[in-house]
Structure formats: C-alpha cells, structure tokens
Design a protein around this ligand. Sequence first.
Ligand code: ASP
Ligand code: MG
Length: 415
Amino acid sequence: VATTTQHEPIPEVAADAEAGVLERDLVVMKFGGSSVADTQKIKDVAGRLVAAREAGQRVLGVLSAMGDTTDELVRLAYEISARPHAREFDMLVSVGERISNALCAMAIRDLGHEAVSLTGSQAGIVTDTVHGKAKIVEVRAQRLHSELDRDRIVLVAGFQGVSTDLEVTTLGRGGSDMTAVALAAALGARVCEIYTDVDGVFTADPRIVPTARKLKAVTYEEMLELAASGAKVLQLRSVEFARNHDVRLHVRSTFSKEEGTWIVDEEDPVLEKAIISGVAHTGCEPLYRVREIDAAKLFARLAEASVNVDTILQVSTDEIVFSAPLDDREACDELLGSLGVEWSMRDDLGKVSLVGAGMKSHPGIAAKTFATLEGIGVESKVISTSPIKIACHVRTEDVPRAVTALHEAFELDLD
Ligand code: ASP
Ligand code: MG
C-alpha cells in the first residue's frame, strides 16, 4: 500500500493516494549527522548513493543535518528565548536537513546523475500538530513516485513533516531515522539502510568491552530492548514503526563496505538464533521514590508528561519506586513537584541490561546473571525483567565492571 498510517488514517486523502504501488527495487539510505559533517563527507555520501543507483536500484536518500547543526540551532533558540515559541522552533531546527540534502543533490548532479532534494512537506510527510515531537499520520507518496519515475535520486530532508494544519513540524531528536523508516514503509522499499559512524549493533559498548562483537542480526524486539536500555544507534520510535510495518533495517557504517547489523523479525533467514544478544547499559538511570499516591494516578500523570517509565516497584501500600531515563528527568522532577506528594530521587545508579530473544526458552539466565554480579561484588539495587531482558540497577561506578563480567560470563565475544 502506498499510504501508511501510524495512527488514524485521514480518509479523504488516503482515497487519492495510489494504493498498491510498491517500489520493490527501491533502497532507502539514511545518513546520520556525523556521516555528512562536512562537504567532503557529503560528496562521499553522494558517491555512495550514485553507486547504488548504478548498481540498478532506485535510490531514496534521507540525510540528517550536518554534524552538530541541530544542536547549534537549538542553542540559538535558547539564546534568544528561555521558552522558544513551538512553531518558530520547528521552523528553525528543520533547516539543518534542508542544507545537507540540497548540498548532496548538487554533488550528485556533478557526478552526472539526476537528483532532487525535497523538504518533508514536499515529500508528502503529513504529521499531527504536536510541534517538536510530531507523529507521522500519513505519507502522500505521489511526488516521490513521480520523481523516482523520472530516474532521479530523491533526497528527503529528515526529521520533519507538515502538519494537518499546514505547519512545519519536527519529529523529535534523532527523527531522521523515523523519516527513513516511514518512507521505506510507505513506498514498500526492499530495505531501509541506516548509515552511521559505527559498524553496526555490538554485543556491548566496545569502549567498555574491547572484545565486543558486531551482531549480524537481531530481532525488532531485541533492538527495542537494547535501544530502551541505552544502545544509542537507532531512535526507539523508528524501530517500533519498522516492526509494525515490516521494514527490514540494516544498520551499517558510512565509512566501509562491510555488512552491518540486520534488524528483522523472528522468522527472517538472516537471523542466527542466539540465547543472549548483548549487554546494554546506561551510566545514570534516576530512581524515584514516591509516597502516599495512588499508582494509577501517578503513572497516568507521568504518561501525560511523556515520561518513559521503566522499572516499577510497589514497595508497600503507600510507597512506589520507579526509574525513568535521564533525558526525562526535568519533566519528571517538574511533575512530581506539582503533585504535592512526598518524593525523593537518587541519581547515583546506572542500569545494566542483558537482552536476548532466547531467554524466553532458556531457564537459568537470571540465576547466572545474579551469580556473576555477586562474584564481582556488585550489588543489584533494583531488578526488572521482560521476557527477553534482565536489567539491574547498580552503582554508577560499578557499571563498566558489571557489563564486562556479564559479557564474559555469557561468552558474548564468541561467534
Ligand atoms: N538532526 C536531527 C537531530 O540531530 C535529526 C537527526 O539527526 O536524526 O536530532
Ligand atoms: Mg543528528
């Protein structure tokens, strides 16, 4: 289907989309900010897009803003105003992607190929009206199909769309992944390639565990757990979207021709079944303790404030403990402050998470995890699990040792 919807379809518009057009020979290639950090790198990316075209594929590129451009634009906004106006903020921060994509289209033309760069709006990416973290509600793909039919390499500015009120919106930090995945889904692309400055998804952070290995493939579920547990390589929302729309993802390096890591469903032939895929970590995962509040009310309010609550413990009838990522700390502090309840927060803990689809059918993983941590004298303050994850809050200074010990205990360095 040429039209994709994340939430409610917009019926009138969906009706005139050319349902059924699939671009099976299309590859969507997304390049992150560090891959397009200067003009030479943009020329290299142009070369890579052209090579894919010359190999006979149709090519749609999605480029992030150059290097730290977005951070710089955000900084400017806050230099002007403590509370930048939401609409103008999106007008501003969406600009970075126009620059990189337009420059790349010029470079492609110099290589003798047809190319066109488009804003999110020109590309037909329709979102809801929530500035700063808009959700894509539809992709009107006619323009994209017709540009591809004209034999052009099409470049789409990542991270942005146009709202149903015809305003420019942005999709949240790291949102170019979302643009790429949504376009791959809407056009029915064979694969969505995510080019970045690392070789793929690793069994652990190689800066902590030098023997960490690049994974050949992981399932969407594993990637979701890894991303939620601190692995930074993909935006969480884009992985959810890929899973819901069956988009195969391939995370790989901009700077080499090597295969990276495939993110696919459990039935995919590229997957080799492993019990444990990796150990993710965060150096700081704030832990909140709240007294005398009804759990239903507390978590409803946290959800409204878009706080991504992770671990939850009902310690006693009048006490709840939960954790939330560092990124949500401001929102969380503000909300708890406004509730007029007794609460406290500690930020001297990090989180170590063991992730693997094979856990579902292998008993003893939890036992081995705890024995390993005990063996190196690391105490778990809070433990949380999902069918494919065991996560332990440990003291921040113990995080690297815990990651290393678990990586070794589960022999993740062995192929
Ligand atoms: N440039 C935007 C950001 O830095 C979007 C992206 O890179 O994906 O968040
Ligand atoms: Mg970026």
